[in-house]
Design a protein around this ligand. Sequence first.
Ligand SMILES: [Zn+2]
Length: 242
Amino acid sequence: MLCVTAHPDDEAGGFGGSLALYQELGVETSVICLTPGQAATHRGGAKNDQELAAMRREEFAASCRILNVSHGLVLDYPDGDLYRQNLYRVVYDLALEVRRFRPQVMLTFGPEGGVTGHTDHSMASVFAALAFHWAGRTNRYPDQFRDGITAHRTQKLYYATADFTLPDRQPVTLAPANAVVEIGKHLETKIAAFKVHRTQAPLWPLFESHVRQRGKREMFHLAAALNAKVISQETDLFQGVD
Ligand SMILES: [Zn+2]
């Protein structure tokens, strides 16, 4: 399972319960975070962007350890500016990771940007969706086909979604959930992973109240599937996966 995010802490906040649950069920998990989060409002005492980026890379690694993520990678794109990046290049990087890791299932935000509507979340969604589709085509980035790398078709793509929105924010129009994953005890794992992001400590109370309100489940929208048919309600992201 490959999860594409925008900022260190998204892996915990958006996907932590499912990452921890599926790892426990024997799934190899990978998270690619596009930015080191250097533009965050909460700076944890960092003197400059570079120092904050270094601190947040360490927090990401610690969070991945709590979630038992098999492979965690933070790329170096600029926080807050993903919508101004070269689309060809970002999708190139992600398609290469898809062709290397060869996931069966991919997770990312929806193009609305999740409940926060953050533009970086929206762009992570767009880039990840294109990487999902293009990694499987031999006419996209054919220069990657060396050293044993071949095209790879991931079987399912999900957008994280929710059944609530945040008050006092710009409007977001969420994708309807068709997969509800019961994360059980991993609600606590997810909160613990979020709380190793110490630079973001001022966000902890807000985060915790939202996830506790959401309960012991995470919701997803099936955006693409290798064997697409009439959409069904799912409780397992690997339902129908070979
Ligand atoms: Zn984020």
